[in-house]
Design a protein around this ligand. Structure first.
Ligand code: FES
Length: 214
């Protein structure tokens, strides 16, 4: 019986020299894998013998057992690599958090006189750079608060509402407490960055930006 007459869907014979399997295990000796599992034995998809396979398949026969073989050393390398990447990621997060929690000091810059801001009044200003938008609110005669205007959810601009004691983010209805800058409603989870203020004489100076996580 010609090997080509065999039904390609017949159960695979684990014997290495069985018809239709000649050469498909490359140069591996027949006893290399002991008694291999049937589904681990390389068989061309069409079930035809090697001689009838395309040249590329004859030139590059790869056994399933060999293809799936992963050395213990390779596995350990993989584990060390993944663990290292995880460790570096954690370190990066910790450093970012530490960096943000530091109070960043910048040169003080006069932004207004107290006399220009009535109680309940607000003032938009930029600090520490010209693209960092902030808002100041005079809550009472002797209490001024100032925050970054960038919502800690998705960075929309918050709007102060002194009469309601909040800063409102219109994008997703986020609310921040006016006195603390803490989120009190909506999706934001982190407080607004606080702008540290100093009063020199009658003049108001921002002197630092305080990033907070809780
Ligand atoms: S961006 Fe402010 S609540 Fe979403």
């Amino acid at each position: 019986m010609q090997s080509s007459d065999l039904d390609p869907r017949r159960p695979v014979d684990a014997t290495i020299d069985s018809p239709a399997r000649e050469g498909l295990t490359g140069t591996a000796p027949a006893d290399l894998y002991g008694a291999p599992e049937r589904d681990e034995i390389t068989v061309a998809p069409d079930g035809r013998p090697t001689a009838e396979q395309p040249a590329w398949r004859q030139d590059f026969p790869i056994d399933w057992p060999q293809d799936q073989y992963v050395e213990r050393r390779d596995f350990m390398k993989f584990l060390v690599l993944v663990s290292g990447a995880f460790g570096v990621g954690q370190l990066w997060i910790v450093m970012q958090s530490w960096w943000r929690s530091r109070r960043a000091a910048f040169p003080a810059r006069r932004i207004a006189s107290l006399d220009e801001i009535p109680i309940g009044g607000t003032l938009a200003f930029t600090y520490p750079t010209d693209v960092d938008a902030n808002v100041l609110v005079r809550v009472s005669a002797d209490l001024l608060v100032a925050y970054s205007q960038k919502c800690t959810h998705l960075s929309c601009a918050v709007v102060p509402k002194p009469d309601q004691g909040v800063l409102h983010c219109p994008c997703h209805e986020g609310l921040f407490d006016l006195r603390s800058g803490n989120p009190i409603a909506g999706p934001p989870r982190r407080p607004l960055p606080r702008i540290v203020l100093q009063i020199r004489g009658r003049d108001v100076y921002p002197t630092a930006v305080e990033h907070r996580t809780t």
